[in-house]
Design a protein around this ligand. Structure first.
Ligand code: NAD
Length: 500
């Protein structure tokens, strides 16, 4: 049955009526912070308050870890028959799909991303991820090691126990699913700490998981600030692993917290400064489209956004012109509840100011603002920055080295391939990269030389749940997505039996 797509005013009416749940979700029910404190959550779309959220601290983390530990130890989830685990997780995926409009609206109001993306990407990808991992429940096998006669050595993968998942605000539902999907299917319990900027969809997931039949205590969602709620979770002696996605700076703290507490496992998905290397023979229309969408999608608030362009000097100016043209004609900035908008608001005022300050730094360093560069739509009360191109950037400039995390691409020219490879690798990060050329020999040379977790050739941001995602160097270690992600939430146990 065809339904008429909702208009901006339909979405605004829904936004006015929505009453998001802001309490923590612990041991299968919503509870206020033990201190009774809340913080006001404003929408970056227009600065208006959308929810009062529990301002959780160490006591709430303690309660959530206790519930998660009890659930793990009594085996109410871990020891369920595999087919039953699968059924529950598949039901959760279906409930997420059935809640599409509600979840999409929460995501857009919370972080300012456009509603068309929340509807077509964030919510469906979250459901698909839970479904993908559900299927492993009754299809994963342990190993039998080769031994001599009269011995049987079984190598089992066992869940770790209580997983602390700490996530950022840029793709709240997708990154949460990347963590809870593999962690839950492996039999662990989870305490999830969403970013303070984006707690609402995660809190909703708690209730959907309960409706799906996930036993109480297996998934707990504790909203709050990094220092106040994230830190006690990462330091907790009864948490077996921290699965973290966020900045490199805070990722390094996770390693310290693990060392200062119980040597818990740590998996880190951190920042990026992904380069596009565009050779002289590249298809410039394809490259311009890949580059523009790769940096302006989600307002550039994407860890692997292609924020550096390293272009051959002979085509650099034409490429810059075409990137600007794609931005102008295909990626309109607008009110996030307008279904036609492709770029929305940055997540908060401080972040917008940080992005604008980098554009100023670029200018002071000698870059030319070839497009954009300004705050716009200030009259809405929201935080919007134009799609921006900084041209004439040198590899030593801060705008070529530091993560801006906004709609700003830095363009640098090169003259020979080895210089381009050197520039691509001249970074503390190694999350992703792209190579644009028709010469497959050059493509293979560059893909083997570039240090990054994903290297695309003649495309950008194509992926599936079957491929691992994560970085080299200070972009982190451990991978989300793919069957390999399950490995990090488990460990080997050898059971050796001698028989006669
Ligand atoms: P952030 O590091 O500021 O925060 C991430 C999470 O850590 C939040 O939940 C926050 O509350 C928590 N936190 C902050 N300080 C803490 C502390 N002292 N102890 C414990 N927890 C603490 O990052 P952000 O601003 O939310 O997100 C943007 C960053 O995330 C960017 O650097 C981006 O590249 C990165 N990111 C990486 C990936 C990836 O897969 N590699 C994906 C998305 C985002």
């Amino acid at each position: 049955m065809l339904t008429t797509p909702l208009t901006r005013s339909d979405w605004e009416a829904k936004a006015a009526a929505i009453e998001p749940e802001g309490r923590a979700f612990i041991d299968g029910r919503y509870v206020p912070a033990l201190s009774g404190k809340t913080f006001a959550k404003a929408s970056p779309i227009d600065g208006r308050m959308i929810a009062e959220v529990a301002d959780c601290g160490a006591d709430d983390i303690e309660a959530a870890v206790k519930a998660a530990r009890a659930a793990f130890e009594d085996g109410r989830w871990r020891l369920k028959p595999p087919a039953e685990k699968k059924r529950i997780l598949l039901r959760l995926a279906e409930l997420i799909r059935a809640d599409l409009e509600h979840l999409a609206l929460l995501e857009t109001l919370d972080v300012g991303k456009v509603i068309s993306n929340s509807l077509s990407v964030d919510v469906p990808f979250c459901a698909d991820c839970i479904q993908y991992y559900a299927e492993f429940a009754d299809k994963s096998f342990d190993e039998v090691a080769p031994t001599g006669p009269n011995d049987l050595a079984i190598v089992r993968r066992e869940p770790l126990g209580v997983i602390g998942a700490i996530v950022p605000w840029n793709y709240p539902l997708i990154i949460t699913a990347w963590k809870i999907g593999p962690a839950l299917v492996a039999g662990n319990s989870v305490v999830l700490k969403p970013a303070e900027q984006s707690p609402l969809s995660a809190l909703r997931l708690g209730e959907l998981a309960r409706q799906a039949g996930l036993p109480d205590g297996v998934l707990n969602v504790v909203p709050g600030f990094g220092e106040k709620a994230g830190k006690p979770l990462a330091l907790h002696p009864d948490v077996d692993m921290i699965s973290f996605t966020g900045s490199t700076e805070v990722g390094k703290l996770m390693l310290r917290y693990a060392g200062e507490s119980n040597m818990k496992r740590v998996a880190l998905e951190c920042g990026g400064k992904s380069p596009h290397v565009v050779l002289a023979d590249a298809d410039l229309d394809a490259a311009a489209s890949g580059i523009a969408w790769g940096i302006y999608y989600n307002q550039g608030e994407t860890c692997h956004a292609g924020s550096r362009v390293i272009a051959h000097a002979s085509i650099k100016d034409e490429l810059v012109r075409r990137i600007g043209e794609v931005a102008a004609t295909q990626i309109p900035l607008g009110h996030p509840l307008d279904p036609a908008a492709q770029m929305g608001a940055l997540v908060e005022k401080d972040h917008m100011e940080r992005v604008l300050s980098y554009i100023d730094i670029g200018r002071q360093e000698g870059a030319v603002v070839a497009r954009g560069g300004n705050r716009v739509m200030a009259e809405t009360g929201g935080y919007y920055v134009e799609a921006t191109i900084l041209d004439g950037v040198r590899p030593e400039h801060r705008v070529a080295r530091e993560e801006i995390f906004g709609p700003v691409v830095a363009v640098t020219a090169f003259t020979d391939e080895s210089e381009a490879l050197g520039m691509a690798n001249d970074s503390i990060y190694g999350l992703a990269a792209a190579v644009w050329t028709k010469d497959m020999n050059a493509a293979h040379r560059l893909t083997s030389g570039i240090r990054a977790g994903t290297v695309w050739v003649n495309c950008f941001d194509r992926s599936s749940l079957a491929t691992p995602f994560g970085g080299f160097r200070q972009s982190g270690f451990g991978r989300d997505r793919s069957p390999h992600a399950i490995e990090k939430y488990t460990d080997f146990k050898t059971v050796w039996t001698a028989y006669s």
